[in-house]
Design a protein around this ligand. Sequence first.
Ligand SMILES: Cc1cc2nc3c(=O)[nH]c(=O)nc-3n(C[C@H](O)[C@H](O)[C@H](O)COP(=O)(O)O)c2cc1C
Length: 338
Amino acid sequence: MNFYPLAKKALFSLDPEKAHDLSLKSLRTLEGLSALSALTPVMEEKPVECMGLTFPNPVGLAAGMDKEGNTIDAFGRLGFGFVEVGTLTPLPQAGNPAPRMFRLPEHDALINRMGFNNPGIEEGVENIRKSKDFSGLIGLNIGKNKVTPNEEATSDYLKCLKTGYNSADYIAVNLSSPNTPGLRDLQNEDETKKLVNALRIEQAKLALEYGKHVPIALKVAPDLDDEHIQGLAKVFLEEGLEGLIATNTTISRTAVKGHKYGEEAGGLSGAPVTEKSTEVIAKFYSALGEKVPIIGVGGIMNGQDAADKVKAGAKLVQLYSGFVYRGPDLIKECIQSL
Ligand SMILES: Cc1cc2nc3c(=O)[nH]c(=O)nc-3n(C[C@H](O)[C@H](O)[C@H](O)COP(=O)(O)O)c2cc1C
C-alpha cells in the first residue's frame, strides 16, 4: 500500500524541519509497534560488494536524515540496504538558528543550512548500538565542531574515528558541508592528504585493537572544477582511500534563480544537483577506475537517475531529497532500476 502521498500532504503543510522531526518520531513509534512492516515492502535483496563489504542492496539513506542514529531500524524496514548516520561531531552542537531548511517544490529541491546539529559522537554511537533489527550496513559520517579551527580539524576527525570505529561498518569523512565555515577548505589537496594520512594510520591501529577492518570513505562537494578533481583523485590513490561519496549539496543557485527561497544561504539538493553530481562521479571514476569505489548521491529523484549514477561509475547510491519528495517507493524503484 502506498501511504506516502497522504503523509506527504500532511507533512508538507508543516515547517520543513518540524515535518522532518515528526516523520522520524512517527517512524520510530511505528517501528516500536511492529507496524511498519505491514505498511512497507520488505528489504529487497540485491547484494553488492563495495569497500570489502557486502551491502544487501545498493540503495542507502544519505547522511543528514538520521543525524542521531536513533531511527536506523525503521529506515531499514522501509527497504534501505544501508543507512549513513550523522554527521556527528566530537561535541554536541545546536547548529544554526532556525529557519534553516527550505522546500522548493517547484524544483523538487531543498536548501539547508542545518550546521551539523547533532548530539555528539558519544551519544550517536550509543544510539547506533541500540539498533537491533537492521540487517543492512551502517555508515558513520563524521565531521568537526564549528568551534574547532581548521588547523585542529584532524584531532576532531580522529576523536570521532576512535569513538565510532567499532560500531560502524564504514566511516564517512565529511569535508563537504557548506554550512560549517571553512570546512570545504579541507578539500584542498594538501589538507586532504594530511587528514587522510592521519586517519589511515589511526585506522590501522584500531584494526589491530578490534580485530576488524572498517573502511574509510570521503564525502566531497559537487562544486569542484576539473583540476581540483584530478588533484584530489591523485591524493586518494596515493593515500589508499577506500571509498568516495559524491556528492554533497551545491552552493550554486543558478537552477533556482528567482525562487522565493532561491537566495537562502546553505546547500541546495534534489533535482537541481542531479546532473552536476553525476558529472562529478564520472570525472572521479575516469581518474580512479575501480581502485576507489564511488557511492553516488545527489538528486536521485527516480530509478533512471540512480541508474545514471551507476552508469557514471557508482557502485552504490544514496537518497535524501528524492526520498522526501517521493517516499519509500523510490527505494524500491531505484533497487529495481539497478
Ligand atoms: C536537510 C539536509 C541535511 C543534510 N545533512 C547532512 C549531513 O549532516 N552530513 C552530510 O554529509 N550530508 C548532509 N546532507 C547532504 C545529503 O546527504 C546529500 O549528500 C545531498 O542532499 C545530495 O543528495 P540529495 O539531492 O538526494 O538530497 C544533508 C542534506 C539535507 C537536505
